[in-house]
Design a protein around this ligand. Sequence first.
Ligand SMILES: NC(=O)c1ccc[n+]([C@@H]2O[C@H](COP(=O)([O-])OP(=O)(O)OC[C@H]3O[C@@H](n4cnc5c(N)ncnc54)[C@H](O)[C@@H]3O)[C@@H](O)[C@H]2O)c1
Length: 251
Amino acid sequence: MSRVADKVVLVTGAGSGIGRATAKLLADEGATVIVTDINQPGGLETVQQIGGKARFLLQDTAQEADWKRIIDDILAREGRLDGLVNNAGIAGPFPSTFESETVEQWQRILSINVHGVFLGCKHGVPALRSSGGGSIVNLSSLAAFLGTPNLSAYGASKGAVRQFTKTVAIDCARKGYKVRCNSVHPGVILTPMGEGILPNDKVKERVRGSIPIGEFGAPRDIAYGILYLISDESRFVTGAELVIDGGMNAI
Ligand SMILES: NC(=O)c1ccc[n+]([C@@H]2O[C@H](COP(=O)([O-])OP(=O)(O)OC[C@H]3O[C@@H](n4cnc5c(N)ncnc54)[C@H](O)[C@@H]3O)[C@@H](O)[C@H]2O)c1
């Protein structure tokens, strides 16, 4: 299969969960994948699972210097960048209400989930433009549409990603950059992060019962949506929200 043949795609936070599944699917479909993560063993494991056409770079997406280093490295080694998946994110402790959240915790969650996505777009767009155009996918969440009383900073961060994605999409489109930007909104997906909000079997069954399709999502369910948005099949799609949640947002 070759839905993204010959594209060079950077996936952040690809040492686990949705990022790993995305990196593997993009590679299966012909892309060269740059796997980055703050977790080196996880990132190296993803590269090993892919086999060829992937390499790992250590990156903290909240740090601007890391973005400059990563983009320079890709342009020097691969000579181009066609896709960027801003996937790295954290949920923070669960539960965290707005009354219990500390300022430090709030800032840490926003620095990775929002600041990291801003930096990715700021430094990724020039590289995509210089390659003739490309596609950015930002991982938001179902949380961007709902109140999240037990994940207050996380919900605010994903709302910001949803809105900022449209800003980047429209600015790039109007300026003729040939860079598309879309957000993906997973529901409850069984990854280390997803398991973190399902502390015991009772809660797990209650949450499962609230999903219209009746089961949790798998990382690959999200990866297929990202694959579409990175591929040229979505050439007319920008500023869109792709909700992949088993129907929860439609209730
Ligand atoms: N799992 C879900 O139910 C769910 C639902 C909605 C949205 N999401 C979003 O999907 C994305 C991936 O989540 P996941 O479930 O795969 O989580 P995960 O915890 O399995 O993986 C996240 C990865 O990001 C990395 N990371 C964290 N901070 C980083 C940083 N500063 N720099 C670089 N890498 C960093 C982690 O090391 C980890 O490998 C996140 O943005 C998350 O908010 C997940």
